[in-house]
Design a protein around this ligand. Sequence first.
Ligand SMILES: C[S@@+](CC[C@H](N)C(=O)[O-])C[C@H]1O[C@@H](n2cnc3c(N)ncnc32)[C@H](O)[C@@H]1O
Length: 279
Amino acid sequence: MRKKVDRKDVAAELWPGVSLGLLQALHLVTRDGDLNADARRKVKQIRHLLGLLAPAFDDALARHKDPVIVDCGAGKSALGFVAYETVLAPAGRGTMWSIESRPELVAAAEERARALGHARMRFVSGDIATAAVPERVHVVTALHACDTATDDALVLAIDRGADHVAVVPCCQAEVARQLADHKPADPAAAALCAHPWHRRELGSHLTNVVRALALEARGYQVTVTELAGWEHSLKNELILGRRVQRFDRAAQARLDAVLDRFGVRPALIRALDARPIAS
Ligand SMILES: C[S@@+](CC[C@H](N)C(=O)[O-])C[C@H]1O[C@@H](n2cnc3c(N)ncnc32)[C@H](O)[C@@H]1O
């Protein structure tokens, strides 16, 4: 028979600083105080991500009186809730915004925030591209935002001049389709994507390379790293950006070379085409 776990022990062991009420509301801990099957893995994922985001949150808190954090494609807003409880609530300032296109998830998260008394959490129901968030945004995150929703999050960060941006892209198929529709003229590039499987892998890789280069071109210092323990290797990449300047011409040249060599025009690039940098 399975040993019954003490509720408080579970909460403390799982996540110091995170309330048992939140762990239960997010279905990481059952009403009886048991762990759900995937709970440990899920908690490990979010904890690891928050650890990597800590310098960005610390910097935002150090530089701004009321930092604005925006989580895009938030789902149940697990990341936002935990960031609130472990970072913004102890700091006593800062506002956590979550953007999510499924209204039922937004309504449930709003209700959860009310019940937990998290007064500085805001929820926007709708698309990232048109979401009414404050003009000045300091940290933008997107954890597994579907397909090109990751690009919408990057555009939001660039548009609002966010100090920090962190995205963990989800699967995406757009560039693989572009590679299939227009075979690259360069024979080496064409050989890299001759087979559908390779097109899918290369398409995914190219999309993230382009995302990193586009951020660099728009003045971000970029780190690409792995999120340990994730279930799917294609969703295991974290792209972190810290804004250090307005524009980087050398990075733009590298980006143009990649786009040219492979003959692709991903969603992010099409969106940025409409946002030329004033010289
Ligand atoms: C795979 S889930 C990830 C949820 C959450 N970030 C997490 O890691 O648990 C992606 C979420 O993004 C939302 N989404 C997808 N495209 C969106 C868009 N353009 N604007 C806002 N939300 C979007 C979906 O409804 C879904 O809830």
